[in-house]
Write a protein that binds this ligand. Structure first.
Ligand code: SAH
Length: 286
């Protein structure tokens, strides 16, 4: 059986329990050597065969899988983060289908989740953005023209840009063309969750300079949007005045939660406006 496993963003303890136990059982591990933390391979059995796919072609990867599968071996194809994002797994699965071989996918913690954790940020803030655009600049892999960065930027949604740390002048140009202002908050997260993780908060205008000053060219995510700023609305879910399936807002007959008193806003009805929250030193928001 072949298992496509998400290795997580880098830290060895950010692989899933299921992924780790498959690594321990595997007879063959083919890992994406450019980004997977090699420390993870220490979980392998002493006689496990380990191949680095960075030096292999798709055909060579599949040939190794087919050979091992014929012998009834347990095979782990280890991809960085979550395999569904820029993992090139579809082409592998299609070829395995052609061979009639069975496989499954074990999800992983994507680097974009680890980047938010590094920033202690929430991508989906009420009144700021409720959508996350995951994208990249075109490199040798083209990006469909309708997904050009300036078109995506025009939504002013939270943006996470993969695979583009070496093209920040161009990225900035397109973000500005899409309508972002120069002072829209941005961040660069280098090697999220690794021991040498680095986090830089900046703005759209200073993205390229920030990367240059710190010599960041790869293994980084670029994050853009008001979610990195200071303003937002509180959630409805935990609003004392809001009633939902599991809790009555205050005034309701089953109100069980202690009331949060705050001078000035009283305990109004469901439309009570929550104050804007502010974090000091966080720069601007759109
Ligand atoms: N499947 C992976 C992404 C693979 S594409 C995932 O879910 O994270 C490779 C790109 O992902 C890198 O160029 C970089 O932009 C980003 N990346 C992967 N790991 C990273 C990490 N730990 N920190 C920051 N960016 C990372």
């Amino acid at each position: 059986m072949i298992h496509f496993v998400g290795a997580g963003p880098g830290a060895v303890d950010l692989i899933t329990v299921r992924g780790k136990s498959l690594l321990e059982k595997a007879d063959l591990i083919i890992y994406a050597g450019s980004l997977v933390n090699p420390e993870l391979l220490k979980a392998a059995k002493p006689d496990c065969q380990i191949l680095n796919s960075a030096v292999l072609t798709l055909e060579q990867v599949i040939a190794a899988m087919v050979e091992a599968a014929k012998q009834g071996q347990t095979i782990v194809r280890l991809h960085t983060g979550d395999p569904s994002l820029y993992g090139a797994i579809r082409e592998q699965m299609d070829l395995l289908d052609a061979y009639g071989l069975e496989y499954e996918v074990v999800p992983g913690v994507s680097s974009f989740c680890a980047a938010a954790a590094a920033l202690k940020a929430e991508y989906t803030l009420p009144d700021v953005s409720q959508s996350v655009i995951i994208t990249r600049m075109e490199g040798r892999t083209p990006v469909p023209p309708q997904e050009e960065i300036s078109l995506l930027a025009s939504h002013k949604a939270t943006m996470v840009v993969f695979l583009s740390a070496g093209m920040l002048d161009k990225l900035t140009e397109r973000l500005l063309a899409g309508g972002y202002s120069e002072n829209t908050p941005a961040a660069i997260v280098y090697k999220a969750s690794w021991d040498d993780q680095q986090v830089f908060r900046c703005s759209v205008a200073t993205l390229a300079k920030t990367a240059k000053d710190h010599d960041i060219q790869k293994t980084a995510l670029i994050l853009i949007g008001g979610f990195l700023g200071s303003g937002y609305q509180r959630s409805k879910l935990y609003d004392p005045a809001f009633t939902h399936e599991f809790r009555d807002g205050h005034g309701g007959p089953n109100a069980a939660m202690p009331r949060m008193a705050r001078s000035g806003d009283g305990h109004g009805g469901p439309n009570t406006a929550m104050p804007r929250m502010a974090r000091s030193g966080d720069g601007n928001r759109q």
